[in-house]
Design a protein around this ligand. Structure first.
Ligand code: ADP
Ligand code: ADP
Length: 240
């Protein structure tokens, strides 16, 4: 589903952030990406998202070079303060990208409300981003990505600003949606890429979280960052 081949990136100022990264992610897999601060996790994610052009190597999604597939992608950034449109209600923020799915207004709103319910924000649907706490804004950004049902979901420290209990709920939510992308209502939503389920790449600095939600944990180390290890994880133990 996702193939990263010999990926290297050197920023304009000469700073080399990642070097020779090879990674293959199967459709429906949730891969956690961990490693010390500065090892290039965000750089790697931005290259996969097509926001940064790698200086070496390539990113291929579903057999196509990444520049050609933005519709199959959704990204949740660490910085929630810049992810929502301030002049749209929370519900309309979540509903907006669904226009690209060809959904009608009522369907978009229904899908947005469903996703907001999943992240515990049903009651905030009609509010505006500036009326929400940071954690709620972050959850709204997550709801927007989930409602879109992308084939590939990229998340960079998405739970950094939410409280511990909500974080656990969101981790469980991710476990629920990974590999199940557009199952069931693919025809009317047009989501989920080629049908086998949502593939998720999650950057986190929380080792417990990486193991709890990940089918695999990929550890980057060094400067520039390289893949240090790639561990397959069993099914998570149920929470107490
Ligand atoms: P991580 O997400 O693992 O903390 P980053 O990908 O943000 O790592 O950064 C990797 C390295 O690249 C760091 O040394 C960082 O300072 C550097 N870096 C990140 N962004 C830029 C940039 N825009 N210009 C120059 N160097 C950068
Ligand atoms: P993260 O670890 O999540 O990447 P950082 O605090 O390292 O967060 O980086 C925050 C922002 O600063 C990013 O947009 C990154 O590109 C930028 N940045 C980081 N290091 C540098 C650098 N050495 N030069 C320029 N920009 C940088």
């Amino acid at each position: 589903m996702l193939e990263i081949k010999g990926l290297g990136h050197t920023y304009d100022d000469g700073h080399r952030a990642v070097d020779g990264i090879d990674l293959e992610v199967a459709q429906g897999e949730l891969v956690s990406l961990v490693g010390p601060s500065g090892c290039g996790k965000s750089t790697l994610l931005r290259c996969v998202a097509g926001l940064l052009t790698p200086t070496e190597g390539a990113v291929v999604i579903g057999g196509r070079a990444v520049e050609r597939v933005p519709d199959e992608l959704a990204v949740v950034f660490q910085d929630y303060t810049r992810s929502l449109f301030p002049w749209l209600s929370v519900r309309d923020n979540v509903a907006l990208p669904l226009r690209r799915r060809g959904l009608r207004r009522a369907q978009r709103r229904a899908a947005a409300e469903e996703a907001l319910g999943q992240v515990g924000l049903a009651a905030a649907a009609r509010r505006y981003p500036w009326q929400l706490s940071g954690g709620m804004q972050q959850r709204a950004a997550i709801a927007r990505a989930l409602a879109y049902r992308p084939a590939l979901l990229l998340m960079d420290e998405p739970f950094g600003s939410v409280d511990a209990q909500t974080r656990e709920d969101l981790e469980d939510l991710l476990l629920g949606v990974r590999g199940t992308g557009a199952e069931g209502d693919k025809e009317d939503r047009g989501g989920g890429g080629d049908g086998g389920g949502m593939t998720i790449l999650l950057v986190t600095h929380d080792i417990d979280e990486s193991v709890y939600v990940g089918d695999r944990v990929v550890v980057l180390t060094g400067a520039p960052g390289r893949v240090h290890s790639d561990l397959r994880v069993g099914l998570p133990a149920p929470r107490d």
